[in-house]
Write a protein that binds this ligand. Structure first.
Ligand SMILES: [Zn+2]
Ligand SMILES: [Zn+2]
Length: 322
């Protein structure tokens, strides 16, 4: 608890909240305003997380009703899970990208219909017993997705005026379609959400009718030359060298495309077989789902660039080199 709050600079704090899934924490940020505070993301929907957030605010001498604005980088459960509780206590305004707000409705549909993706998993070659396991593994997480009733929507490019200078919203779709970073030019800082992370790369997941990996790589280019000395990520510690991290991250996806082409070396394979080639059978059902959606995002990207093509659809989709 002692270490949960770190002052980044006067008027800006990082609060590290517990997160029980694959990562052990998520960072949220607090910025002083003229008349209160701006909270950037709010952690997962759990008692643990709520208590650490509450204790951290108390330590800073901040009451719930001084939180005037809740800014959401994107709608993943570790970023938005506590929103209903925070909003009930603070009555804060909520800011989120327009596309992300709509995306939360799509996810809400999945929460209400947990088996609606089962046919998709079967079509990707997942054996029936594993389809059930994957769907079950995800039920708990989905409960932490939250609909935001009365949010104000952003497009990117807006300025939020704070005690550390204006924060410019930067739309960075890819990891999530309405992901926003915040650029604090006066402090040469980028609050990067999950867009650029120091030690891991964010999951890029297939979405019907979209090319999220292309969006993501474009969004990396959108931030690579921003005038910043330090990046404040949602997972991990602040780090310098935005441009080199962007290049490493882009290279990671390039390498993954290369590995997928290797998987297709001896003929067509299903996404499930490709995931097996990449990660073996050491994945939990929870990780298996991320792996499949990640493989599919790369296949769609390569299909759009004539590097791979879908050669069968029914009953299982298989892919070959183009
Ligand atoms: Zn995320
Ligand atoms: Zn995250």
């Amino acid at each position: 608890m002692q270490d949960s709050v770190a002052e980044i600079c006067p008027g800006l704090w990082r609060i590290r909240l517990p997160f029980s899934f694959e990562l052990n924490h998520v960072n949220v940020h607090l910025v002083r305003l003229d008349d209160g505070y701006l909270l950037i993301d709010c952690g997962i929907h759990s008692e643990d997380c709520f208590h650490v957030l509450e204790a951290s605010l108390r330590r800073l001498g901040i009451a719930w009703n001084q939180i005037r604005v809740l800014f959401i980088t994107h709608g993943h459960p570790d970023h938005v899970g506590l929103a209903p509780r925070v909003l009930e206590l603070s009555r804060a305004r909520v800011l989120i990208h327009r596309v992300e707000l709509a995306h939360l409705d799509t996810i809400a549909h999945l929460v209400e219909n947990p088996h609606s993706l089962d046919h998709q998993l079967r079509a990707w070659g997942v054996p029936a017993d594993q389809v059930d396991a994957i769907t079950h593994a995800f039920t708990g997480v989905r409960r932490s997705f939250q609909k935001l009733g009365h949010a104000e929507t952003l497009e990117g490019g807006e300025l939020l005026y704070t005690a550390i200078g204006p924060l410019e919203t930067v739309w960075t779709p890819g990891h999530s379609p309405g992901h926003l970073c915040l650029l604090a030019s006066d402090r040469r800082l980028l609050i990067s959400g999950d867009h650029v992370l120091p030690t891991i790369t964010p999951n890029i997941a297939w979405m019907p009718g979209a090319d999220p990996l292309a969006d993501y790589l474009n969004s990396l280019r959108r931030v690579e030359n921003l005038p910043v000395d330090s990046v404040l990520p949602s997972h991990g510690d602040p780090f310098p060298g935005l441009l080199s991290r962007v290049r490493e991250t882009a290279a990671h996806h390039d390498a993954r495309c290369g590995r997928i082409l290797e998987a297709l070396h001896n003929g067509p394979r299903s996404p499930f077989q490709i995931a097996g080639f990449l990660w073996g059978n050491r994945l939990s059902s929870f990780q298996q789902r991320f792996a499949l959606f990640e493989v599919m995002a790369h296949l769609v990207y390569m299909e759009n660039r004539y590097r791979a093509r879908q050669v069968a659809i029914d009953p299982v989709s298989t892919w070959s080199r183009a």
